[in-house]
Ligand binder design. Structure first.
Ligand code: THU
Length: 160
């Protein structure tokens, strides 16, 4: 028997102004995309923006449905749009920004569990990590170097 330590590598920024030029630009795209979220039920809007290896930026936002489970998160809208449009282009980084119409979101909002699993599929596919940055409406931004930091011991197609 041996003990295994799982470390989550993350960088915490005090706010968006501390990001470098490229990360700030991508987070601004996520914030822009957030404005087009369709979230009449939760009033919680999320924007996501992916930077691809070919320089393209693909964005997305959450899309809700009166039949609640039929809605979709911003991260999956964005990554499926990227895969559908540029199927074999690698992903370099993903920025996520959330905002509520009912309260000030001042903590970084990480992707939900289902989004982590979906995002990890594409990281596994490209055999290269991509960075993930996430924030709320204001305040701290968290940056992790890989989906592995958010989803240790993940399930992937190597088990199939
Ligand atoms: N949501 C996202 O878009 N991404 C997440 O990672 C968390 C939740 C959306 C889904 C739903 O439209 C709203 O936020 C409230 O859960």
């Amino acid at each position: 028997m041996k003990k295994i330590e799982i470390a989550t590598a993350a960088i915490l920024f005090n706010d968006i102004s501390e990001l470098d030029f490229e990360d700030k630009m991508l987070m601004d795209k996520a914030i822009e995309a957030r404005a087009n979220a369709y979230a009449p039920y939760s009033k919680f809007s999320v924007g996501a923006a992916l930077l691809l290896e070919n320089g393209e930026i693909v964005d997305g936002n959450n899309q809700e449905s009166a039949a609640y489970p039929s809605g979709m998160c911003a991260e999956r809208v964005a990554i499926w749009k990227a895969s559908a449009t540029f199927p074999n282009i690698g992903i370099l980084k993903l920025a996520i920004a959330a905002k509520s119409a009912t309260n000030l979101v001042d903590k970084p909002v990480g992707p939900c569990g289902a989004c982590r699993q979906t995002l990890s599929e594409y990281e596994f596919k490209q055999k290269k990590p991509f960075e993930i940055l996430f924030m709320g409406e204001v305040g701290e931004v968290i940056k992790v170097p890989s989906l592995k930091s958010l989803l240790p011991f993940s399930f992937d197609n190597s088990y199939l």
